[in-house]
Design a protein around this ligand. Structure first.
Ligand code: GTQ
Ligand code: FE2
Length: 358
């Protein structure tokens, strides 16, 4: 409790608090201190449960200027909105013949393709045909629309920094006057920049995001398999960050995207850091332990690792497991708020105190 100085009576002290409150002031010694109060919870969503629901949403609404996008958000149970305190992830369905109309917004987005072919996202006039395992970026304030020219339902995972941008009160949104923006080219950004080590010499790449906005699965998988034969991290096993070919840094100012292989029978050591992450199990099976809670995962499942939560990943099978993730590392690093700590006890493995049942 507060230390009384004996200069005022209890009644006068009480009056002081009432007066400060009606003046819109708060006595700092009465309130909460500088302590962590995380609301984001470790959580998992089952593909088995989500898949029929996202497909069914095709019978409920269609994307138009009213609905804009047909998405089911991965809502963290500890939050009113969002998947972590900085990011929101969602499943999006686009049926054959459908168009999700062109718009732009200050929140940055990524698409991680889960199922289907024949659809494309147009980013600033560049048509990017999407296939499973492809990563497509729609950086802050870039025009984008989605179109399905094929004959299969397309499902992808969206990742956006909406909760962060909302907190910063910098959310702006604009609709393009037509449903589709004019096409300038097909796969232009990839032809110019996907090599990674060679780029057009005359182009000015001084833009606040990667000039490459389509990362094809074939190239991603090859890079991962090459690294798997050479080196790995004790905490993340064979982890690779998708990089901006112009800077070598993260693909976006606020979001980093990772692809990581947990090799057969590998158990990573636990650590924690101030960045949060949303994972998608692209391939394989295994489990993660987050703050002592065991999360068993199967192909297609989604997982949240909150900020400063101890976590480790394990592949208990003889086949490779591949995890895709979005992470808010660039935000934390650029503000000098990134910190990281290894779990030193018990050879780096947390004791399991509960099992997530979903
Ligand atoms: O596809 O443009 O999940 O604007 C949320 C907002 C997807 C999109 C979302 C969006 C989009
Ligand atoms: Fe959008």
């Amino acid at each position: 409790m507060t230390q009384l100085l004996g200069r005022v009576s209890p009644e006068e002290e009480q009056q002081f608090y009432e007066n400060t409150e009606s003046a819109g002031l708060r006595a700092s010694w009465m309130g909460r201190r500088l302590e962590r109060k995380p609301q984001v919870e470790p959580f998992a969503w089952r593909w088995e449960q989500a898949r029929p629901l996202i497909l069914r949403s095709g019978d409920i609404v269609t994307p138009d200027r009213d609905v804009e996008r047909r998405v089911l958000t991965l809502k963290n149970p500890g939050l009113d909105y969002g998947t972590t305190h900085t990011m929101v992830s969602a499943l999006q369905l686009l049926l054959p013949g459908e168009n999700a109309p062109a718009h732009r917004h200050t929140p940055t987005a990524i698409r991680w393709v889960l199922q289907g072919t024949g659809a494309y996202t147009t980013v600033e006039g560049d048509k990017c045909y999407m296939e499973p395992g492809d990563l497509v970026l729609t950086p802050s304030w870039t025009w984008h629309d989605h179109n399905n020219e094929g004959n299969e339902p397309m499902i992808w995972l969206d990742g956006l920094d909406v909760p962060l941008v909302n907190t910063l009160d910098a959310t702006f949104f604009e609709q393009y006057p037509e449903d589709q923006q004019p096409i300038v080219g097909v796969g232009e950004s990839a032809r110019k920049y996907a090599s990674g080590t060679l780029r057009p010499a005359w182009e000015d790449t001084n833009i606040p995001y990667s000039p490459l906005w389509h990362y094809k699965w074939e190239q991603t998988h090859a890079a991962l398999r090459n690294l798997a034969q050479t080196d790995s991290s004790p905490f993340d096993d064979v982890a690779m960050e998708f990089s901006d070919p112009a800077t070598g840094g993260p693909v976006l100012r606020t979001l980093a995207c990772w692809i990581q292989m947990i090799r057969p029978n590998v158990n990573t050591r636990a650590h924690r850091h101030t960045s949060s992450a949303v994972y998608q199990v692209f391939k394989g099976q295994g489990h993660s332990v987050i703050n002592g809670q065991r999360f068993d995962w199967d192909e297609g499942d989604f997982l949240v690792v909150p900020s400063w939560a101890w976590h480790e990943h394990a592949n208990d099978t003889d086949d490779e497991a591949i995890l895709f993730s979005i992470q808010d590392i660039p935000v934390m690093k650029s503000l000098s708020l990134y910190r990281e700590e290894p779990y030193t006890e018990n050879a780096g493995h947390q004791p399991i105190t509960s099992v997530f049942e979903g």
